[in-house]
Write a protein that binds this ligand. Structure first.
Ligand code: ZN
Length: 213
């Protein structure tokens, strides 16, 4: 098994897309990184295919195109990012490696998920801070305004650590705050959905608690 086969055996185009920060929806569709794609038109599975620009190929073609590498460079990047080791005859050693991949991948995906949720939350907090700011002195503060004041610094700290921290620091954030972040994610997707649905948004947007949980 050569390096190309080792990579293709161990990593799908979908896993690579997710690892490299591309959001893949439940139907396996993603916004194509190879053309200006506003709605997901790329199918990612074991291979990838874009119905918009016809980009098509396997996981190695995907990484090569995404990072402007040749096929060998892309295969080497994938072996290193997914922890695939192969001996100098090019044979992969799948058993211990697979376990390592799944652990590293799980952590990496958890980090990416936390990052996505926290940046969305941070963006919302910024919006609430202006949208719900009291207009008159003595007016009762909107709970979302209070939440923005209380939570923004903390959210930025978590986000900064996930973006720029060491591997250990990132892992610690996921371990200690992962569940809390997931709950924030569930809550804000509920808020956003209701906000989109419209009607009577002030009372509907009011959170169940002001502590962000
Ligand atoms: Zn495309």
């Amino acid at each position: 098994m050569n390096i190309f086969e080792a990579v293709k055996e161990n990593v799908t185009a979908r896993q690579a897309a997710e690892m490299y920060g591309i959001r893949v929806n439940r139907n396996g569709m993603a916004c194509c990184p190879f053309h200006d794609d506003r709605y997901p038109s790329m199918k990612v599975d074991k291979r990838f295919h874009c119905f918009g620009c016809q980009a098509d190929g396997d996981v190695i073609d995907f990484a090569a195109r995404l990072y402007g590498l040749n096929n060998l460079g892309a295969a080497m990047k994938l072996t290193s990012d997914f922890g695939i080791s192969y001996d100098n005859k090019g044979r992969a050693s799948p058993r211990p490696v697979k376990k390592k991949i799944s652990e590293e991948l799980r952590l990496k995906q958890a980090e990416l998920q936390c990052c996505r949720i926290l940046s969305e939350y941070n963006h919302l907090l910024g919006k609430w801070k202006t949208e719900y700011a009291p207009e008159t002195l003595g007016e009762e503060w909107h709970p979302l305004f209070v939440e923005a004041l209380q939570k923004q610094t903390y959210t930025e700290y978590l986000l900064d650590t996930l973006l720029a921290g060491t591997t250990e620091e990132k892992a610690a954030i996921v371990k200690e705050h992962g569940k809390e972040v997931i709950r924030i994610g569930e809550r804000i997707s509920g808020l956003v959905a209701r906000h989109k649905a419209g009607r009577d948004e002030h009372s509907r947007l009011a959170p169940t608690g002001t502590d962000g949980r």
